[in-house]
Design a binder for this molecule. Structure first.
Ligand code: COA
Length: 295
């Protein structure tokens, strides 16, 4: 994604972390034109993400980021566009208080880190940039993907999670969030609280108002927790070795130079939990077997 100003001047690192201040690692916040350019970049990314997900309005914008306690990881390619740099994509996360259903169908209160928005520029998708950004965030947050909740993940994102992190199938929920097998298992009791079905003053209300609630008008007609499980996302199930993608591309050429993230690792060196490593080993051995015609 190109802009008529230098991306490298705004974002010195390959991955920048933006919060309410929109500072992106610069020492001084004083230059108003730089701040305005950062806002332009975030607004543009938010619009592109909404368009890609067919949302009627952006769930990410500079003003939203300034007013919410979210974090936005922005990935750039500093060498493109005549050395001015291009924006490759972004990932937005934040903590949300959620009422979730565990395997037994009991209501559980949790406040996990949630993936709220994720976008890689169209012409750069399926080159590993999404994984690089996601791995960076996991390392920064010292988290495993199974411990996170996912706000209405798109089919592409579900395919991404199945492919790279073996996250499948999900535990059915009565809201827009998706959590996966292991979310309840790997979490300490202290982080989860069973909640009664009724409060003295009435039924439990949905978790705090979400961005996607606002843009998805149709969801408002179904107050939680009475909405029947209906989301097509719930039935999503695949195995790590079989991504959900339309036309998997295991042999797709990757970028020639492996990008080095701001943490100084390339995408094949990212430190991961044994679980993720096992997932990736299973996937590559399965790919090798299928290339050899074995079953
Ligand atoms: N169709 C289906 N799956 C896709 C896909 C597509 N067009 N693009 C990416 N994926 C999934 C696949 O599992 C793919 O593996 P494959 O190529 O072997 O099938 C895998 O992601 C590729 O991983 P990677 O290259 O690291 O991901 P990426 O850089 O393409 O980023 C997304 C992944 C989801 C961020 C990116 O596709 C995107 O921005 N999509 C549009 C916006 C969106 O849906 N965001 C999710 C918000 S909930």
């Amino acid at each position: 994604m190109e802009f008529p100003f230098s991306i490298n001047q705004l974002f010195p690192e390959r991955v920048s972390i933006l919060d309410q201040t929109l500072v992106a690692g610069r020492k001084t916040t004083g230059a108003p034109h730089l701040q305005a350019n950062i806002e332009t970049v975030i607004d543009e990314l938010g619009r592109a993400s909404a368009k890609a997900q067919q949302l009627p309005a952006s769930i990410t914008s500079a003003s939203k980021l300034q007013s919410q306690r979210h974090q936005l990881y922005l990935l750039k390619d500093g060498e493109s566009n005549g050395g001015r740099g291009v924006v490759v994509g972004f990932l937005k996360v934040g903590y949300k208080k959620l009422f979730l259903l565990d395997h037994q169908g009991s209501h559980v209160e949790a406040e996990p880190l949630c993936i709220l928005d994720f976008y890689i520029a169209e012409n750069l998708q399926r080159y590993g940039h999404g994984r690089e950004l996601f791995d960076f965030m996991l390392q920064h947050k010292k988290l495993e993907p199974v411990l996170m909740a996912y706000d209405r993940p798109s089919p592409k994102f579900l395919s991404f999670l199945a492919k790279h992190y073996c996250l499948t199938p999900s535990v059915p929920q009565a809201n827009n969030f998706v959590v996966f097998e292991g979310f309840f298992v790997n979490r300490s009791v202290a982080q989860l609280r069973k909640v009664p079905l009724k409060k003295p003053d009435g039924e439990i209300k949905p978790y705090s108002l979400m961005e996607r609630e606002v843009v998805h008008q149709e969801q408002r007609a179904r107050p939680w927790p009475f909405a029947p499980p209906h989301s097509p996302l719930r039935s999503v199930s695949s195995q790590c070795s079989h991504s959900l993608s339309v036309g998997s591309s295991p042999s797709r050429a990757r970028p020639q130079a492996a990008p080095v993230s701001a943490l100084g690792r390339n995408r094949d060196q990212s430190p991961q939990s044994p679980l993720i490593e096992r997932c990736r080993e299973r996937r590559s051995s399965s790919l090798n077997r299928s290339h050899l015609g074995l079953h």
